[in-house]
Design a protein around this ligand. Structure first.
Ligand code: HEC
Ligand code: HEC
Length: 314
């Protein structure tokens, strides 16, 4: 009798641990091959994304900082906005943004629509106000909005709604990693080694999920204490909690090979540098050059295709 109990406990234990293991290997998911969005709203959102009427002096568009034809972000560390004032954080990519669970570096917007209001209203970016947005958009696109919402008079919320819908279309499908996850291809030896190290060293404990990030807040410098001052823009500015000093949203690593420079301050110019810094300050270890190369090769498999909604432009 005792023997049977021991056997069944052992059996249960084995089943349980393999369930946990299976869960662990499901840290990553491929992007859908087809983005899911409302086409009419997205088409209108695209016109607005590219239209300077959303900025006070009509000199800036969303595209000025988010180059959706290249990486959805900016190749400069900080993007200039209204009157050449600079944003105080590096511009993140809007590619695959609808799969993030947290928006911006610090968790500003609760939804993609709300997040899209900040650049329009911010004095360093487009520096406009709600009522001028409503007035200008009604004048130029009233008829288009009427078809969608039944009224010519456009509200600020409707502007945000179509901008968000367009951004839902900015999915970069069929990265090599996604093809691998779907079982269609195998990784090269070096990529596979990089993938293994990415999990083994613990990068995946913060960078995981469908966007390989974008779903949690973590410290920039778990293993390295820094002096904090009022100038630092971090999660603390939103929450006011001491534990949020130097805390940022873990960025998505999708298309990361194209989104240099890196980090909230844009100081790391190469992917190799970013991997080295991460290893030292967030894992408390040094990773040697050949292993960093493998990790870099893995990260390059995260580059997807240009979003379909842009395919026929230019
Ligand atoms: C002057 C440069 C600039 C312009 C213009 C600009 N952005 Fe941004 N955008 C930024 C910066 C910088 C951030 C990071 C802000 C932060 O973390 O607080 C950002 C963040 C975002 C995010 C969050 C991305 C994420 O990963 O969570 C979205 C969405 C976004 N912008 C959409 C837009 C839209 C839509 C427009 C046009 C209405 C726009 N942006 C115009 C610079 C700009
Ligand atoms: C403790 C959580 C954590 C771990 C572990 C971690 N990261 Fe990060 N990673 C972050 C955070 C948070 C940021 C954003 C930091 C910032 O700019 O403030 C980040 C940023 C990055 C960036 C820059 C992305 C961009 O768009 O600017 C890269 C690349 C990166 N990590 C790769 C790695 C690699 C490779 C490893 C393993 C060697 C790793 N990370 C381990 C939390 C982590």
């Amino acid at each position: 009798m005792k023997f049977i109990i021991v056997i069944s406990v052992l059996l249960f234990h084995t089943m349980f641990s393999s369930a946990v293991l299976a869960q662990n290997s499901n840290l990553f998911f491929p992007l859908p091959e087809q983005a899911n969005y409302n086409e009419d709203k997205a088409a209108l959102g695209k016109l607005l994304f590219l239209d300077p009427i959303l900025s006070k002096d009509q000199n800036y568009t969303c595209l000025s900082c988010h180059n959706i034809y290249f990486n959805g972000a900016d190749t400069r560390a900080f993007s200039p906005g209204y009157q050449q004032k600079f944003a105080r954080l590096n511009t993140p990519t809007v590619y695959n943004v609808s799969f993030n669970q947290i928006f911006s570096w610090v968790g500003r917007g609760k939804t993609l629509a709300e997040q899209s209001s900040f650049p329009i209203l911010s004095n360093n970016e487009m520096a406009l106000d709600r009522s001028t947005v409503e007035q200008r958009v009604t004048e130029k696109y009233g008829a288009n909005f009427e078809k969608l919402y039944g009224k010519k008079q456009v509200s600020f919320e409707q502007v945000l709604d179509v901008l968000a819908e367009f951004q839902k279309a900015l999915v970069t499908p069929n990265a090599r990693f996604d093809q691998y996850l779907r079982g269609e291809i195998s990784l090269t030896e070096q990529e596979a080694m990089g993938y293994k190290l990415f999990k083994q060293y613990g990068c995946a404990s913060c960078h995981n999920g469908i966007n390989i990030g974008g779903n949690s807040f973590q410290k920039y410098g778990v293993f390295k204490k820094r002096k904090w001052n009022q100038e630092v823009v971090d999660r603390f500015q939103i929450s006011g909690r001491d534990k949020d000093k130097y805390v940022y949203r873990v960025p998505s690593l999708r298309n990361v090979a194209k989104t240099a420079p890196y980090f909230h301050h844009g100081k790391a110019k190469t992917l190799d540098k970013a991997i080295d810094v991460m290893a030292q300050i967030n894992l408390g270890r040094k990773i040697e050059a050949s292993e960093r190369k493998s990790i870099e090769a893995f990260l390059k498999t995260l580059t997807g295709q240009l979003p379909d909604i842009l395919a026929n432009d230019k």
